[in-house]
Write a protein that binds this ligand. Structure first.
Ligand code: HSE
Length: 306
């Protein structure tokens, strides 16, 4: 095989109570990439469509991740990549994670799969680092492994794949304002009250147990963020009204996707998800902010060949 086309999913990280450790991928939103072998060694980006991103291989997340892999694999040939960005950078649904994931997955396939998913996550994290200036795997791990993933440990990296209840749907509201992950990390407090940590821990435990037991009531009771949301939501116009309307309409939970500005809600079933998408649209269509919305099942596969 000399050429491959891949779909690399958008992801919702943090998922309310799991800051930096929990995430899930979306089935119907993601980037596409074409990667092919070249005689010349190294990486070249030949095309980027969708958004204005650097062709400089030291600045593009996809090529930085790929180079981390090539440094270990040392093949006698190189690769060129075409990137079809569908996920807006700075949207909060894992745009950089999708680029980083797509390139390492594609090259690994073209090399005959010398690396496992954990190793691919480590390579992709090198790319994610240049975008967000922080080492976190809560977008990349779900994009690579599929389904809900818990980042149990960063060093050594340990990813736990959690069960994903079949009726779970995600609704995304993406206000078209840019919030850089690096900036929205800077506004977070360095110290937090112990009582908030206690509540967050019990909600994270509750959510994970709810996923294992397909207990939607427990999932609903656990989708709370006592630590991060209060700070970051100030950067997202109409966050409070969007959240309260989503919860009143029956969402299991509603919070910030990753570092924002996207907002996500989860529902049991597609019909309610579509209703909540309408609620989101109604609120934002009254503002002067451009936005997009998505309804998606949780992607159980992660990145894949198309
Ligand atoms: N967990 C990271 C954060 C995700 O919230 O900063 C950023 O995409």
């Amino acid at each position: 095989m000399n050429e491959i086309r891949v779909f690399s999913p958008a992801t919702v990280s943090n998922v309310a109570c799991g800051f930096d450790v929990l995430g899930f991928p979306l089935e119907s939103v993601g980037d596409e990439m074409v990667v092919r072998k070249t005689k010349a060694k190294g990486i070249v980006i030949t095309k980027i469509e969708g958004f204005d991103l650097p062709f400089d291989i030291n600045k593009n997340v996809a090529s930085v991740s790929a180079m981390a892999l090539l440094e270990v694999a040392k093949p006698e040939f190189g690769f060129e990549m075409e990137i079809y960005k569908k996920i807006k950078p700075g949207s909060g649904i894992g745009s950089s994670g999708a680029s980083a994931t797509g390139s390492v997955y594609a090259i690994n396939e073209l090399l005959g799969r010398p690396f496992n998913k954990l190793q691919l996550t480590e390579f992709a994290m090198k790319g994610e680092f240049i975008a967000s200036k922080s080492e976190h795997a809560d977008n990349i791990a779900p994009a690579i492994f599929g389904g809900f993933c818990l980042v149990k440990n960063l060093q050594p990296l340990n990813i736990l794949q959690l069960p994903t209840p079949t009726d779970l749907y995600a609704i995304i509201l993406h206000p078209q304002i840019e919030i850089k992950t690096s900036e929205s990390r800077k506004i977070l407090p360095k110290m937090v009250p112990l009582s908030d940590v206690t509540k967050q821990l019990s909600d994270l435990g509750g959510l994970i147990h709810g996923l294992h037991t397909e207990n939607y009531d427990l999932i609903q009771d656990s989708l709370n963020d006592h630590i991060i949301e209060v700070h970051r939501s100030k950067l997202i116009p109409y966050f409070d009204i969007v959240k309260s309307k989503a919860l009143n309409a029956g969402a299991l939970g509603c919070s910030i996707s990753g570092s924002g500005p996207s907002i996500f809600a989860l529902t049991k079933g597609k019909d309610l998800a579509i209703e909540i998408e309408l609620v989101f649209k109604l609120i934002y269509s009254k503002s002067n902010i451009n936005f997009s919305t998505y309804v998606s099942k949780i992607c159980s596969n992660g990145v894949l060949t198309i």
